[in-house]
Design a protein around this ligand. Structure first.
Ligand SMILES: [Zn+2]
Length: 235
C-alpha cells in the first residue's frame, strides 16, 4: 500500500529531492515515519550546512556564551563513552595509520605542553620507543651533529660545567669498574689485533689522522705485528 509516496518495502521518498530511497539512506528520527527523517541523508546534510551558514552568528554566539558548559558536556561525553571512542580511534588507525600519525604529530606540535604531560605520564613509552628505534635514532643524531657542527660546539660550551660534573660523579661511582673495564678492553683489543687497536698504534707512530689510515695500511701493520709476535715467542 502506498502512503503518501512511501511504500511498505523498506523504501521512502525524500521530502526534499523527491527520490525514493532505501530506509538506510535516511537518518534516524524517533518521531518520523518509520522512525526516520523525512529528508534523505544527503539532503539532510546539505540542509544542515545551509542552516548553519544562515544562523552562523547565532550558533557562534551561543558557543561563545556557553563555552564552559559545552566543554564540560564534551568532557562528560568523552568519559562516558571512553571505550567506544577508543575503539573508534583504533579502527580509524588501522584503516589509515599514515593519516592518523600525521594528525597526532600535528596535534603534538600545536600543544607541546600536552605532549610533555603525556610523556610524563607514560614513561615506558619513550623507553620502548628508544629501544625499538635505537639504530635509527643514533643514525639521525649523528647525521644531525654532522650537519650542524656549530650547534654541537655551542652545546658543549654551554654545558661544559654540567658535563664535567656528570663525568666526575660517574667516575666517583664507577671509577674502579671503569678502569678495570678500560684495561680489559685495551688488552682484548691488543690480543685480537683489532682495527681499533692497530689504528691507535698507527695514529701514534706515524702521527697521522685516523681518517688517513687506509684498510690496506691496517692489514699491513697487522701482518707485521703478527710476525713480530711470532718471532718474539720463539726467541
Ligand atoms: Zn533527498
Amino acid at each position: 500500500m502506498l502512503v503518501g509516496g512511501d511504500n511498505m518495502e523498506g523504501m521512502k521518498v525524500c521530502s526534499n529531492c523527491g527520490v525514493e530511497k532505501g530506509l538506510d539512506e535516511f537518518g534516524n528520527q524517533k518521531q518520523g515515519k518509520f522512525g526516520k527523517n523525512s529528508m534523505c541523508k544527503i539532503c539532510k546534510k546539505e540542509y544542515s550546512h545551509l542552516e548553519y551558514i544562515r544562523n552562523k552568528e547565532t550558533y557562534e554566539r551561543y558557543r561563545e556564551e556557553n563555552k564552559d558548559k559545552i566543554k564540560l558536556n564534551s568532557k562528560e561525553y568523552r568519559s562516558k563513552n571512553k571505550d567506544m571512542l577508543s575503539e573508534r580511534r583504533s579502527i580509524i588507525y588501522t584503516e589509515n595509520p599514515e593519516k592518523f600519525r600525521k594528525k597526532s604529530i600535528e596535534y603534538a606540535r600545536k600543544h607541546p605542553e600536552k605532549k610533555k604531560e603525556w610523556l610524563k605520564n607514560n614513561p615506558d613509552y619513550m623507553k620502548k620507543y628508544h629501544e625499538e628505534n635505537r639504530d635509527w635514532l643514533l643514525e639521525q643524531g649523528a647525521k644531525h651533529r654532522k650537519n650542524n657542527p656549530e650547534e654541537k660546539k655551542e652545546w658543549g660550551i654551554k654545558n661544559r660545567a654540567h658535563v664535567k660534573s656528570y663525568n666526575e660523579d660517574y667516575k666517583k661511582d664507577k671509577g674502579k669498574e671503569l678502569s678495570l673495564y678500560g684495561k680489559n678492553y685495551t688488552e682484548d683489543n691488543r690480543n685480537k689485533l683489532t682495527d681499533v687497536y692497530i689504528k691507535g698504534l698507527l695514529h701514534v707512530s706515524l702521527n697521522i689522522s685516523s681518517m688517513d689510515i687506509t684498510p690496506g695500511l691496517i692489514i699491513a701493520k697487522r701482518a707485521q705485528l703478527k710476525l713480530r709476535r711470532a718471532i718474539n715467542s720463539v726467541c
